[in-house]
Design a protein around this ligand. Sequence first.
Ligand code: DX5
Ligand code: ZN
Length: 213
Amino acid sequence: MLVAPSILSADFGNLAEDVRAICEGGCDLVHVDVMDGHFVPNLTIGPVVVEAVAKAATKPLDIHLMVENNAFFVDLFAPIKPGFISFHMEEEKHPHRLIQKIRSYGIRPAITLNPHTPPEAIEFLLEDVDMVLLMSVNPGFGGQKFITSVVKKAQRLKAMIKKINPKCLIEVDGGVNDQNIKALEAAGVDVVVAGSFVYKHPEGIAKAISALK
Ligand code: DX5
Ligand code: ZN
């Protein structure tokens, strides 16, 4: 299981240090939540801060866009050279075009689905993406409760992926901990995002990451 800690739960007063801590603690990706105050009722960070995160990180960035005007934000973040950029299917009229744009920058494209969106919505895009991110909370905030229906959704998506694009990864984001991760692994999930579990673990960041792995 790959682990992508979300820096949304980091101490933004000591951000570089908190990014180094997850990289040294054995994470695989650094999950960066970009929120615009329109698509979701919260506002986070832009390219100036993400650039600083990239400097501190020794693992690829996994940028999760929760914004309107996805193409604008892809152009804005592309020069930072993240490993992945994901966008919400619910917010995109031209997902296929956007996927091509992300790939043209040499960045791996991913699509995100909110808790209510069925995996069938992206059946005809699956061959073009490297990862599908399934939300297991409503996007906008860290520290929310895990929505268990994501397990069934991951199972259904896995069956589709096996037929259409076996290399495509499944990532789950929101409320993940060392207990519910077992059902996710059994469902075929490849990557978990964890914010509060990693940054607020009583035994520290490295211990939290190894507990998830
Ligand atoms: C929610 C974000 C998540 C969040 C996860 O909109 O996409 O990445 O930070 O935090 P936890 O693990 O605390 O739910
Ligand atoms: Zn996220």
